[in-house]
Design a protein around this ligand. Structure first.
Ligand code: GDP
Ligand code: IMO
Ligand code: MG
Length: 422
């Protein structure tokens, strides 16, 4: 039995796509368990760059089967665009993609509601992909699932009810014109005919695979600190990227999970609003952004940058049960004379023992830093721990000691090959 969960340990964009692609070489199945097209997972192979939003990062390995689980919210437009894009790039999808019939659909009104809500005060800085409103419908039991596409009459009825309600909200609260029910039904029925071959009972599929000893990777989107329950609420996404989300989002049991790999960027970034204790507003922050090309893969927004945050990572390790780490973007730190690592939080001179649950407290923390020497050189072509400059080796062992979890993989460029085992 082997189900390994790959989670983002920070605020997303840690390099999950690259690591999942790498590990897919030895996986039979890669299964996405939550989120939607808010994710942007980048994989670079040779001169070709792939940005995936919904389809698991295992798709680039021909021998790997890919699952989109029940926990994912699917935007038909984004999914069809992605299938077309991949097929156009010579990637074979037919027979390799399995979509849960229980997954919820993102409807055009979800995107409208998301954008309209964001235009009001107190915005989260969402990706505008309709994620929150779609999960709201799921929780309030008015969501439309893939399985609903099979019965046109009941689909029409459900859509009519939802659209009537949404039209009222859009008109009264957001001053936006009414939506056309018939056009939406036609669009979703047409979508159904295109994705029909991929729809299946993915829970049964995964259970059979587990029983047959297949190697499965559960791919998380976003990151632990964007988790709806455990992240920096309300500045979070509307699903559970933490490892527990893999069980509910795929319908597999906790007893089936064999390990949890946390993907950790060698520094911190965050897109959108919300507290960020180690954020840098100076030239060092700019340098991290420019060296790390820290611009969102989905929205192109500039990512906020800061030093590595050990208290946040310890919390993430705890809630996810992370038992090994893939450390990415170590190369980006090669421009610094010295590097800071936040080792503790304080408020009014007193140590903060637990990661704060409320943003007002998190906004108040002062970070205690240790400063370690940089290596001021490129890591190009380095493929082993022993060949790293001594200061880079020391950075890895320092982080490992502070976190108490083994760093299993080190990544030194966007390319597949620039990754080595510790
Ligand atoms: P994800 O959402 O976690 O999959 O991460 P993103 O793809 O949104 O962002 C990570 C970015 O860093 C992508 O552009 C990757 O190509 C790039 N990347 C991944 N690993 C490395 C690395 O080790 N070094 C550098 N310089 N870039 C990396
Ligand atoms: P990957 O999988 C980074 C952020 C948004 C916003 C908040 C809520 O590429 O790591 P949402 O649209 O989900 O309602 O937005 O979450 N966010 C991400 N930040 N990487 C992501 O995905 C993200 N997906 C959502 O910027 O702050
Ligand atoms: Mg991303």
């Amino acid at each position: 039995m082997s189900v390994r969960i790959i989670v983002g340990a920070q605020w997303g964009d840690e390099g999950k796509g690259k690591i999942v692609d790498l590990l897919s070489e030895e996986a039979d199945i890669v299964a996405r368990y939550q989120g939607g097209a808010n994710a942007g997972h980048t994989i670079v192979i040779g001169d070709t760059k792939y940005v995936l939003h919904l389809i698991p990062s295992g798709i680039l390995h021909d021998g790997t089967q890919c699952v989109i689980g029940n926990g994912v919210v699917i935007d038909p437009v984004a999914l069809l665009d992605e299938i077309t894009m991949l097929e156009g790039m010579g990637i074979n999808i037919a027979g390799r993609l399995h979509i849960s019939h229980k997954a919820h659909l993102i409807m055009p009104y979800h995107k409208m509601l998301d954008k309209a809500r964001e235009a009001m005060a107190g915005s989260i800085g969402t990706t505008g992909r309709g994620i929150g409103p779609s999960y709201i419908d799921k929780a309030q039991r008015t969501g439309i699932r893939i399985v609903d596409l099979l019965d046109r009459d009941s689909l029409t009825e459900k859509l009519r009810t939802n659209i009537e309600a949404t039209n009222r909200i859009l008109r009264a609260v957001y001053d936006v014109g009414p939506l056309n029910v018939e056009a939406i039904i036609d669009e979703y029925v047409a979508f159904d005919s295109r994705i029909d071959p991929y729809i299946t009972d993915t829970t049964a599929y995964l259970h059979a695979a587990i029983k047959n000893g297949k190697r499965i990777l559960a791919e998380g989107a976003q990151g632990a600190l964007l988790d709806l329950d455990h992240g920096t609420y309300p500045f979070v996404t509307s699903s559970n990227p933490t490892s527990g989300g893999a069980c509910t989002g795929l319908g597999i049991a906790p007893t089936s999970i064999s390990s949890v790999l946390g993907v950790v960027k060698a520094y911190s970034t965050r897109v959108g609003n919300g507290p960020f204790p180690t954020e840098l507003h100076d030239a060092d922050g700019e340098l991290l952004r420019s060296e790390g090309h820290e611009f969102g893969a989905t929205t192109g927004r500039s990512r906020r940058c800061g030093w590595l945050d050990i208290p946040a990572l310890r919390y993430s390790i705890m809630v996810n049960g992370i038992d090994s780490i893939a450390l990415t973007k170590l190369d980006v730190l090669g421009v610094f004379e010295s590097i800071n690592i936040c080792t503790a939080y304080h408020i009014d001179g007193k140590p903060v023992k637990h990661f704060p649950a409320d943003v007002r407290t998190l906004e108040k923390v002062q970070c205690e830093y240790v400063t370690v020497p940089g290596w001021k050189s490129s890591l190009d072509g380095i493929r082993s721990f022993g060949d790293l400059p001594k200061a880079a080796q020391d950075y890895i062992t320092t982080v490992e000691d502070l976190l108490g979890v083994a760093i299993e993989w080190v990544s030194t460029s966007p390319a597949r090959d620039d990754t080595f085992r510790r």
